[in-house]
Design a protein around this ligand. Structure first.
Ligand code: A3D
Length: 316
């Protein structure tokens, strides 16, 4: 049995890819084509997930494949193919290794799913999203990356854990590049509509913000053999649902900027409204001078990575 439209293709059936597929299926969002270069692996994971369907009680289908032909007709392609960070490795160390993989994967997406929207997950995220847009030549609203939803969820959890409340009561937003210079926007952090500054001392709030920046590394250090995948998969799944159902919800994502936040011609983490066209519009929120300065620093780091990946592309 094949998949039914509209369906999502997930490229890379590793930890993030397979867990994303599981979440999409089990939440009943859409059917899934799961692709990987390793023979038998996506087929095995797809079969295992289908065998869980009678118990999970959903009627969605998943097909595992090693053939790019099978992604033809996908509404959204989620790209998780690539190497994850190892202990001591920065996201930037991954750049050259994953650039090769993204170039290969996106060349095939352009060929087999030319009308799809792309959600990039592979790190270093902002740079790989730039590369994906360049390789596919797709309009910029159809290519975007997942990072801010995850970074924001981490911060919401840390604050809720500190206050002993449920994470849904905490609103926060993390912007900028998905790296050590990401910007938790403290002026927009709210617990039940109020600033947490009365309940959490400033010094502790700063520590929570730093833990958010180090959130990926904290998990890498604990797991030792890979990086986070449950919360990343939840984050991708939320973006997939908002786009597929045209929910027009504003989420922090890696989007192309044409002057917003004073930045031009680059991918960067900002709030954006997502819908059936992918990025419907970038949303500008008021920031303090300190937050603006931090965003500028983060953008400079992302630009370095973009220049580096462009140099690699020219050299090869
Ligand atoms: P992993 O479990 O190793 O899965 C990666 C999969 O990609 C493996 O199954 C590989 O076989 C497959 N693969 C490798 N090369 C190709 C190729 N050319 N074509 C198709 N498939 C290929 O890693 P993971 O799932 O833990 O992480 C995947 C990527 O996501 C890494 O780059 C991570 O750094 C990144 N990641 C990003 C975030 C963000 O928040 C942005 C969070 C978590 C992971």
């Amino acid at each position: 049995m094949g998949v039914r439209k509209p369906f999502v293709a997930v490229i890379g059936a590793g930890q993030v890819g397979a867990t994303t597929a599981q979440r999409i299926l089990e939440k009943g969002i859409s059917d899934v084509v799961l692709f990987d270069v390793v023979e038998g692996m996506p087929q095995g994971k797809a079969l295992d997930l289908m065998e869980a369907a009678p118990i999970e009680g959903h009627d969605r289908r998943i097909v595992g494949t090693n053939r790019y032909e099978d992604i033809a007709g996908a509404e959204i392609v989620v790209v998780t193919a690539g190497l994850p960070r190892k202990p001591g490795m920065t996201r930037e160390d991954l750049l050259a290794l994953n650039a090769k993989i993204i170039t290969d994967v996106c060349g095939n997406i352009k060929k087999f799913a030319p009308d799809s929207k792309l959600i990039i997950v592979t790190n270093p995220l902002d740079v790989m999203t730039h590369l994906a847009a360049k390789v596919t030549g797709f309009s910029k609203n159809r290519v975007f990356g997942m990072a801010g939803v995850l970074d924001t969820a981490r911060m919401r959890y840390f604050i809720a854990d500190r206050l002993g409340c449920v994470p849904q009561e905490v609103k926060a937003i993390v912007l900028g590049g998905h790296g050590d210079l990401m910007v938790p926007v403290s002026s927009h952090t709210l617990v039940n509509g109020k600033s947490p500054s009365g309940a959490i001392p400033t010094e502790e709030l700063s520590k929570i913000e730093q833990r958010t920046r180090d959130g990926g590394a904290e998990i890498v250090a604990l797991l030792k053999t890979g990086s986070a995948f449950y919360a990343p998969a939840s984050s991708v799944c939320e973006m997939v649902r908002v786009v597929l159902r045209d929910e027009k919800q504003v989420l922090p994502v890696c989007a192309f900027l044409s002057g917003e936040y004073g930045l031009k011609n680059m991918y960067f983490g900002v709030p954006a409204e997502l819908g059936k066209n992918g990025i419907e519009r970038v949303v500008e929120i008021p920031l303090t001078d300190e937050e603006k300065k931090a965003l500028t620093q983060s953008a400079a780091k992302v630009k370095q990575g973009i220049e580096e990946v462009d140099r690699i592309a020219i050299a090869s």
